[in-house]
Every structure is written in C-alpha cells, then in structure tokens.
Design a protein around this ligand. Structure first.
Ligand code: SF4
Ligand code: SF4
Length: 376
C-alpha cells in the first residue's frame, strides 16, 4: 500500500522529508499572535502517515507564506498543507462552510453563489469595453469584485482610472470562471483543474496575450500555476500598471486626498510576487496623502487572514489578524488602511464593522487614485 509521504510526494509536495522539526515555521506563523497553532505538528503528522489525524487544525493556515520564507530547509510548507488538505478532504473532513463554497464553484464557476450569467453585473450600466482580441490587455475580473458589492466599487473605480490613463484593454466578457486559487489551497485539486482548463480555453479562444488582474491571488495563480497546465500569458497586477502610468505622466493626480494612510501588503502581491514598491510609489504621488508603515511591513507583513479559504471561515473577533492590524493602524494615528487585494478589502471591512471603527477608512489603492483624478 502506498504510504502518505509517498502520496504527498506524488502530488507535488516533494519536500516533506527535508523538515528536521526546528519549529521556525510555527514561531513565524501569525496565528501565534492570537492563539497556539503549530504548523510543524501538521507536518509531523504527515511524516507519520496521518494516522488518526482528522485535520483539526489543518484549515487554519491562511497560506500567507511567511513560514516558507523563514524555513531553513526550504520546505514548501504551503504546498504541503494544501496536499495534506487534499488527502484529508477525500475522507469528507473538510469544514462545512468550505464545502458550500466549493459547491458554488462547481455549479456557478464562482465561490459567491453568484449567477454565472451575471458576472458582468458589477458594471451597473457603466460603459465598459469587452476584450475582442484587439486591445493590449485582457482584464480578468476577480470573482470577489464581480459579486461582492463592496469590492464591485473597486472594479468600477478601476475601469475609470484605466480609461483616464488611456490604457488599451477590454474585460473578459463574463465567460470566465474563478481562477481557482483558494479552491486549490483548500485541497480541491480536481475542482482547480476544471476551473483552469475552462479559463485557459476561454482566454486562448479570445486570443489573449497580456492579462491584467486586480487580485494578487489571480496574479499568483495565472503566473505560477497555469503555465504547467498550458495557460501562458504575460500577467500584470493593476497596481503595477498604475505605477507605470503615474511615472509616465499619464495620470494627472491633481486633487488632494487628505489622509494618514497605512499600506497593508497583501501576501500574494508582496511575499509571493515581490511587488512592494509599486503601490507605495503610486500612493506617494497622491497629493495630501501621508503614507505610514505598519511595524511589521513588506517581507515581514502580517497577513489579513483571508487566504487559503479562510475568507469563508469564521474566527472569533479577537483571533482575526485584520482586527489586530486595524487596532495597530488606529494606535499609530492612521485614518485609512490602503491595500491592493479584494480579500484584504473584505477582511478589513469586516474587522472595521466588528470593532465599530466608523472613523477608519478601508480603501484600495485604485480608489485613492480615482479620487485624486476626479474633477471637483
Ligand atoms: S521551519 Fe522548516 S525545517 Fe523547521 S520545522 Fe518548519 S518546515 Fe520543518
Ligand atoms: S503559511 Fe502563514 S498561516 Fe500558514 S502556517 Fe505558514 S505562517 Fe502560518
């Protein structure tokens, strides 16, 4: 009979045997800011064949990658966690909320139980151009921006800013499905493969060469996971393009946006893809905005808590990373938390509601830029 460590190796988790139990990963994990959680123990259970393990703490990992960066042995901890999730999920042990989300992805092509036909509904009559093979960029809308009303405001602002910058782009017209990032990270490998095959077909049929994405999760998945499956395009996050537009003088940021703003690094934009300067460069160009930094920032940034399927899972208020960060922002005198990820926006908006912090604003970089462009 095939052993668990071999099954993990066959599934791509090739580094389990490198772990020598030093515990650095557990010490790095942001969960330990709020409660005891040792990811090393999960790896130990896997080394021992997952005997008697039912995945009690397995779905806590937000796949923030902080531990991966610190592991002295180069163990791909997130890949291992997702592979162990895949094995445990086969026994039906995945959390109920996640099963509902995965059910929606299966039937609607998105995790938000949104009608697949209504994927472009976010535009609300705003004129938008659809990609027909001609523009330079095809814009792949994140499901969270397409279906979550708060994040739909960000995508509407994005369209206005790109138009103002004269960008040649068109939206993939609604036939796309979820990129599958969170689906794969929860261990649903078959579901991910189905999404990827569909999207690769849609994008290749449209003749896409360059993809523009608003979500770091889409960025990471298209850049690092689709190529192995045959999906190869040049992928750019919106904030990288904004930085180029500002540098090139194509966006006149003339209006003051008075704010004491602190920038939160999304894990999949910063740690996973090295995009730290672009959002800061854009914010520095906004008149009236003072940019502050969290105590732990850039490579050391604390996750919002929304990756790896955690966006759809409950945590007590006192155990939410976004709550910790919002409190830190207030303590340092910030009145605005800015970020560049739909998941982070949702997690911070939820934290703001939970804490009743009406005076603090949560904003995407692109919303700040849209305000700096507006004619008064
Ligand atoms: S940091 Fe790396 S080597 Fe150390 S316990 Fe964690 S996975 Fe193992
Ligand atoms: S990826 Fe992040 S949340 Fe997951 S175990 Fe590592 S440090 Fe903790």
């Amino acid at each position: 009979m095939i052993e668990v460590p071999e099954m993990i190796a066959e599934s791509g988790g090739t580094t389990l045997d490198l772990c020598y139990q030093c515990g650095t990963c557990s010490g790095t994990c942001p969960w330990n800011l709020v409660r005891d959680f040792r990811v090393r123990d999960i790896l130990t259970r896997a080394q021992l064949g997952l005997e008697g393990y039912e995945g009690e703490d397995l779905w806590m990992c937000a796949t923030c990658n902080a531990c991966v960066d610190r592991c002295p042995q180069g163990v791909e901890i997130v890949d291992l966690v997702r592979t162990i999730r895949m094995l445990i999920a086969e026994t039906g042990a995945a959390p109920k909320t996640l099963r509902a989300v995965l059910g929606s992805v299966q039937s609607n092509g998105n995790p938000w139980s949104g009608d697949a036909e209504a994927r472009m509904g976010w535009a609300q009559g705003q004129p938008v151009r659809l990609f027909d093979g001609t523009p330079e960029y095809a814009f792949f809308t994140c499901c969270t921006q397409a279906y979550d009303p708060r994040n739909a405001k960000v995508i509407r602002a994005t369209a206005k800013v790109l138009d103002a910058g004269g960008v040649s782009y068109g939206f993939v017209g609604g036939g796309e499905w979820c990129c599958g990032d969170a689906v794969r990270k929860t261990g649903a490998e078959t579901g991910f493969g189905r999404l990827a095959a569909h999207n690769i077909g849609v994008l290749n049929d449209l003749g896409v060469r360059r993809l523009l994405v608003p979500s770091p999760h889409c960025l990471n998945t298209f850049k690092k996971e689709y190529p192995d499956l045959g999906g190869k395009w040049e992928v750019t996050h919106v904030v990288e393009l904004l930085r180029d537009l500002v540098r090139g003088g194509r966006l006149a940021l003339k209006n003051a946006v008075p704010a004491k703003a602190v920038y939160h690094d999304p894990c999949y934009l910063g740690r996973n893809n090295g995009v730290y300067d672009a959002p800061r460069d854009v914010l520095h160009a906004v008149p009236g905005l003072e940019l502050m930094e969290f105590a732990r920032t850039r490579e050391e940034a604390v996750c919002c808590g929304g990756g790896g399927g955690r966006l759809w899972m409950e945590a007590p208020v006192e155990e939410r990373f976004a709550v910790l960060k919002l409190r830190e922002a207030v303590a340092m005198g910030a009145d605005t938390v800015v970020t560049a990820c739909p998941y982070c926006i949702s997690m911070f908006e939820d934290a703001k509601t939970a804490l009743g912090l009406d005076q603090v604003r949560v904003a995407d970089v692109v919303e700040i830029v849209a305000e700096a462009l507006q004619a008064h």
